[in-house]
Design a protein around this ligand. Sequence first.
Ligand code: FAD
Length: 322
Amino acid sequence: MSFILVVLEQIDGKLHRSADEVLAAARSVSQLKGLPVVAALPGKGLADLAKSIHADQVIAVDHDLLDAYTADGYTAALSQLIAAREPNLVLFAHTYQTRDFAPKLAARHRKPLISDVTSVRVEDGSLVFVRQLFQGKLNADILASGQTVFASIQSGAYLAEDTGNLETTVETFTPQLNPDEIRQKPEAPFRDSDRAVDLSSANRIVAVGRGIQDQDSLSLVEDLASALGAEIGASRPICDNGWLPMERQVGSSGQTVAPSLYIAVGISGAIQHVVGMKGAKTIVAINKDPDAPVFEVADYGICADLFEVLPALTEEIRKSGN
Ligand code: FAD
């Protein structure tokens, strides 16, 4: 049978926030190749949730041993589904859970997994997957051959609203699972960063990256943010270093923001950061490297040393009375 299988993730009976994005990616490939979109939803007792999914068909992969996620359980269950139905393309959202089990699932079918895909197009009838290399400095086109191709889609690469508003049919698939084959003991699942600070409703954000070099220099960014009445955001290394709390992190594993003004200071523009801020109305990038990928998404670019630019910018904004 020819179809696209989208493996969806749910936590406590709620779909992961990336679900509609990966369904939108599948819908876009479906329009290019004329293949139906079938969603697989592993878990236990999820028939009601399955009905709400925007796909041509949903398969609830149902078993007591899938109640809590384990890499062995998901791999065994989905492997049986894939062997029975033989999809042409298997898509996942590029989440922590996908990273945990999808390589093993693809390897079990002796296929590579094309990870972190930002777009898919068709060339001479073949699917071409685009993924970034070297922190976004290069785009690689990857051609996949063979009957079943596995790929994970980067968060933010497709718009969640492009799934098409379809009525779906739900089928249940019950895999044969043996408790002895499941080696992991599930504990509380990993949670993305907390939302104690809600950057998603901020109108202006000054975001700081590794270009700031040390924690003491953050005062330069705080001065600019205070002059503008802006919230402070950050790239992941700043939060990983503990220089700012995790809830200030913008990006695929942090917050998604859409302010009217986003000033990226000393941030290279890696895809994982850009997916969290590309919805900003006006993006200003300050970076001393003219080839920094952040300039590709910026409306205004200042290619200079941030230690010279920030004090001058703050002073001018203060003088103007903002
Ligand atoms: P760098 O890439 O080191 O860039 C620093 C920039 O500062 C450079 O472009 C440099 O030219 C510039 N610079 C240096 N000195 C100066 C100066 N004096 N003046 C002006 N410019 C200067 N990242 C996120 O941000 N958010 C996420 O949610 C996120 N999630 C991730 C999830 C996963 C699974 C993975 C693998 C990675 C994730 N990352 C995330 C990390 C991401 O891939 C990048 O490593 C990170 O965004 C880089 O941060 P940066 O731009 O601050 O640092």
